[in-house]
Design a protein around this ligand. Structure first.
Ligand code: SF4
Length: 335
C-alpha cells in the first residue's frame, strides 16, 4: 500500500445472521484499506457474502443480522460507535449509495428533482431555489437530456437507464467522500450498462471520488476499479490489483471465476462452470470455505482455514498453496 491517505479502513469485520436454524457467520474476518480517490471492487458469486459486507459497512443490515466484531473507519471515524441517527446522517452526506434497482431508492410519490433537492437542503443547507439549480446541473452532469423537465418527472416516467443516472446524481449531490455501488448495472441491458459504467468512470476521475463497487461480474469490475477483493464464504480469498486479477490470478477460486467467464475466444464453446454450488449460509464448510469445489484441495484444506498470505507483488491470498511465501503467517510450507 502506498503512502496515500486511507479513506476507508475495515478491520476484522464479522457479521452474524440469525435464522430459524441458528446464528451463522455472513462476513468472516474481513480486513482492507481503501485509499482516497481509488476504486475497489468486491467480486464473488451470488451468496458469497459481498452484499452483506457492503451492507455492514453502510450500517444497513437487516434486523436479523448484526456486526459481532471489528471496526469500520471512514476518514479515521469509527462508524461502529455511531448511533443509528448519526449513521444515517453520515450515509446521506459522506457516503453516496447506488443500488441495483433505483425504483426501490426513489419514493414513487415525489418527483426526481424534489428528492435530490431534499438531500441538498438537508445535508448542505441549500435553499429551495439554490437546490433546484444544483439538481439541474447534476442531472446534466450525469447525462440526462432536458434536465429541467426531468426535474419535475416521477421515477416511473424514466427508463431504467435514466433512473440509474438520476440515482447517480442523487448519490453525488452532497459531494460524498465515498460512493458504495452494489450491482448498479445488473438490471440494465448491455448497451445502457456500458454507458453507466463509462459515466461512473468519468465521474470518478473528474471528481476524484473513492468508490467501493460490488458486482458478481468480472467484466464490469474490470471497467471501473483499481483493486479487486474476491470474496467467498464471507471471507476474502484474494486482494489484488485489477491487472494481476486478469493476468496473474493467484487463488484457485479467482482462477475458476475467470475460466467461467465468457470471452471472445469462448464464443460458441461451452463455458467451464465451477463445479458444485456456493454453500448456503447454514452449510458453510470448515477449513477453507472453497475446499469442496477446489480442484487443488488437500486434506489440510478441509480442516483448517488458511491464513492471509502476502505475496511479493503485494497480492494478498488466503490459500494453503501460497502459505510458505509469508513468513509472518508462521505456517510451514505444504507445497
Ligand atoms: Fe483450494 Fe486448499 Fe487453496 Fe482452499 S486452501 S483454495 S481448498 S488449495
Amino acid at each position: 500500500m502506498s503512502e496515500q491517505e486511507i479513506l476507508l479502513s475495515v478491520r476484522n469485520l464479522r457479521t452474524l445472521i440469525k435464522t430459524a436454524n441458528g446464528t451463522f457467520s455472513a462476513v468472516d474476518g474481513v480486513n482492507f484499506d481503501l485509499e482516497k480517490g481509488k476504486a475497489l471492487g468486491i467480486v464473488g458469486e451470488s451468496g458469497s457474502g459481498k452484499t452483506m459486507l457492503s451492507m455492514s459497512i453502510l450500517g444497513l443490515l437487516p434486523q436479523t443480522a448484526r456486526i459481532s466484531e471489528g471496526e469500520v473507519f471512514l476518514n479515521g471515524e469509527d462508524l461502529r460507535t455511531l448511533s443509528k441517527k448519526e449513521y444515517k446522517k453520515i450515509r446521506g452526506k459522506k457516503i453516496g449509495t447506488i443500488f441495483q434497482e433505483p425504483l426501490t431508492s426513489f419514493d414513487p410519490l415525489y418527483t426526481i428533482g424534489d428528492q435530490i433537492a431534499e438531500s441538498l437542503k438537508h445535508h448542505c443547507g441549500l435553499k429551495r431555489s439554490e437546490a433546484r439549480i444544483k439538481v439541474i446541473e447534476l442531472l446534466e452532469t450525469v447525462g440526462i437530456p432536458r434536465p429541467e423537465s426531468v426535474y419535475d418527472e416521477f421515477p416511473f416516467q424514466l427508463s431504467g437507464g435514466m433512473r440509474q443516472r438520476a440515482m447517480i446524481a442523487m448519490a453525488l449531490a452532497p459531494s460524498p467522500e465515498i460512493i458504495i455501488a452494489d450491482e448498479p448495472t445488473t438490471a440494465l441491458d448491455v448497451t445502457i450498462q456500458a454507458q453507466i459504467l463509462e459515466l461512473l468512470k468519468d465521474l470518478q476521475k473528474e471528481r476524484n471520488v473513492t468508490v467501493l463497487f460490488v458486482s458478481h461480474d468480472l467484466g464490469v469490475i474490470a471497467e471501473i476499479v483499481d483493486e479487486v477483493m474476491v470474496v467467498y464464504g464471507g471471507q476474502v480469498m484474494e486482494h489484488t490489483d485489477v491487472n494481476n486479477l486478469f493476468y496473474n490470478p493467484a487463488h484457485p477460486y479467482t482462477k475458476a471465476l475467470l475460466k467461467a467467464r465468457p470471452t471472445l475466444t469462448t464464443e460458441g464453446k461451452r463455458l467451464r462452470a465451477i463445479a458444485g454450488q456456493v454453500p448456503s449460509l447454514e452449510a458453510r464448510p470448515s477449513g477453507c470455505p472453497f475446499h469442496p469445489r477446489c480442484e487443488q484441495a488437500t486434506e489440510k484444506c478441509s480442516k483448517k482455514a488458511p491464513p492471509m498470505t502476502v505475496l511479493e507483488n503485494s497480492i494478498r491470498v488466503a490459500c494453503w498453496l501460497y502459505c510458505h511465501e509469508n513468513e509472518k503467517s508462521g505456517e510451514q510450507p505444504n507445497v
